[in-house]
Design a protein around this ligand. Structure first.
Ligand code: MG
Length: 196
């Protein structure tokens, strides 16, 4: 994998980070199959589906409504990636910044017992692509104090938008196969080492 190996230990920004902000789908949750199943139920060809977009924009692109997608999405299917729950238990402060429909996301959080300090979903971004502004506002922190972790270039752009460090969720096989440049954590618990 390109970039500094996660197991090389702490890096320059480690001391400043107070909160880790995660993307949800494809980062904390192994949700590709659940997301796909809803699209397929609505007649969308598998090969047309991509990941990491605002749910409203992706629904429009694929010719369905957000409400239809939300009704078709099964919130009981997606499970955390191996190691994620242990990671969340080890982190003092964590937050979520996701393009997901808030009803789906909150149902999954309730099922999993997850209680991030701050969680922003599609409605917090007026159903446009997410950004870190509302997350930072609610945390009361500036961008130098957070680390963004995600699986898509949209997540990378979110971090770049405010100038905070970014780590790739390399435990997602789709992300690892893309061999992204930058810092890649091969396993969730590698983040603990990175943060020191
Ligand atoms: Mg994602």
């Amino acid at each position: 994998m390109d970039g500094p190996a996660a197991r090389s230990g702490r890096i320059g920004w480690s001391d400043r980070i107070e909160v880790v902000v995660f993307d949800l789908d494809g980062t904390l949750l192994d949700s590709d199959a659940a997301l796909l199943a809803a699209f397929v139920e609505l007649g969308v060809p598998l090969e047309d589906v991509t990941y990491g977009h605002a749910v409203a924009a992706e629904a429009e692109r694929l010719g369905i409504t957000v409400d239809a997608y939300e009704a078709a999405y099964d919130t009981t299917l997606a499970q955390p990636f191996p190691g994620v729950e242990e990671l969340l238990g080890r982190l003092g402060r964590w937050a979520v910044c996701s393009n997901k429909h808030p009803d789906s996301a909150r149902a999954e959080f309730a099922r999993l017992g997850w209680q991030p300090e701050v969680a922003c979903f599609a409605d917090d971004f007026d159903w446009e692509h997410k950004h870190l502004g509302p997350v930072l506002d609610q945390l009361g922190l500036d961008a130098t104090r957070v680390l963004m972790v995600g699986d898509t270039t949209g997540d990378e752009a979110v971090a770049a938008g405010v100038g905070c460090p970014f780590v790739w969720a390399g435990w997602n096989p789709r992300t690892a196969e893309a061999r992204p440049s930058g810092v890649v954590a091969e396993r969730p618990l590698d983040l603990v080492d990175l943060l020191g």
